[in-house]
Design a protein around this ligand. Sequence first.
Ligand SMILES: [Mg+2]
Length: 242
Amino acid sequence: MDSSIPPVSSRAVQGDISVPVITFDAGQTLVELDLDFLRRRLAERGTDVSVEALAASAPAAWARYDELVAAKGHPWHELMQALLTGAGIAAPAPLVAWLWSEQPRANLWRRPIPEMVTLARELAARGYAVGVLSNSEGRIAELLAEVGIADPFRAVVDSGRLGIEKPDPRIFAHARAALGGGEAIHIGDSWPADVAGARGAGWRAIWYGRTARGDVDDPGVAVAPDAAGVRAGLARFGISFG
Ligand SMILES: [Mg+2]
């Protein structure tokens, strides 16, 4: 026997493998596009638009995003272009380019989704190893602190810091190690990054949000259009709340 292999009990110091790991994606899962913040940023560039006009434009802009997402991955520019055009801003391309260049330090996705934050807090209070696993620009931990929702998360794993993005199984492995737990569940809105990524890493997944619908022929995936659906999915995976 190779004496360099540590006894199983020594692993316990790194974490309790009986504690399930539960990670949340950030954008469109914990935080969403903040239209008032966007309005203020545009005003700084001399473009006045109301939150109401942006809100009215948003459904069509998201429909455009959904149309392109399969082919383009994360069509951020197209979403923003459609959003601003639909809100009545003519020739918004330079503004879109500026917003993109600002995104690392002034992330527009900063409006907390309250029912998901509440859920994360309940899970943390129940003792689960709760974390964030995000494809982002390297400042997601600071952003969560800035908007006052960092408290439930034991670890924040940001692709911009790690140099590995979802769906790469290595980022999931990193998150699981950082959270020091056992079986793992990831919650997120992107099928390829969050759901397929988690499944490829041997995790279970909850597909959350606007586009999460239909039957998925995989017992390791729960489909959750809203936070109540996420709770139902977690319960199905054996996570208890109370
Ligand atoms: Mg997302």
